[in-house]
Design a protein around this ligand. Structure first.
Ligand SMILES: [Zn+2]
Length: 131
């Protein structure tokens, strides 16, 4: 199975398999789970989220896609249009992955904060305190 990139203005309500939809304006990408289960997988794009790279042989989506919240729990990379299956994570690995993601955001916003003088950190801490 290979993926190709399709740039859209807004996400279509029904996704076709094997297409990585990118709505740049909304900082969003979406595709149907590569295992074929039909789950819609949304991956926000941004400096601390996912990034899409278009290559002549197809799109790359980084980091990997881990559908832990879906019944299939599949985990894969989309690299140059190809699906590279990755090991399924244990509960512990999923928790560790989430912590790592959180750290990445903390570091990113701390750096923004340093550059912009404190507003972002206050907003971010307020935002985090909601959860
Ligand atoms: Zn699936």
């Amino acid at each position: 199975m290979t993926f190709r990139l399709q740039r859209v203005r807004t996400m279509p309500p029904v996704l076709q398999p094997n297409i990585l939809y990118v709505a740049e304006h909304y900082g969003a990408a979406a595709h149907l789970c590569a295992c074929g289960c039909g789950s819609k997988i949304r991956t926000p794009l941004g400096p601390t989220e996912w990034s899409v790279q278009d290559t002549p042989s197809g799109p790359s989506l980084l980091p990997s896609v881990g559908n832990w919240q879906k019944p299939c729990k599949s985990h894969y990379f989309i690299e140059r249009g190809q699906i590279l299956w990755a090991a399924q994570w244990t509960e512990e690995q999923i928790r560790a992955g989430r912590r790592q993601e959180q750290r990445r955001r903390d570091v990113y916003y701390a750096e923004l904060d340093r550059q912009r003088g404190g507003v972002f950190a206050r907003l971010w801490h307020w935002f985090r305190s909601l959860f």
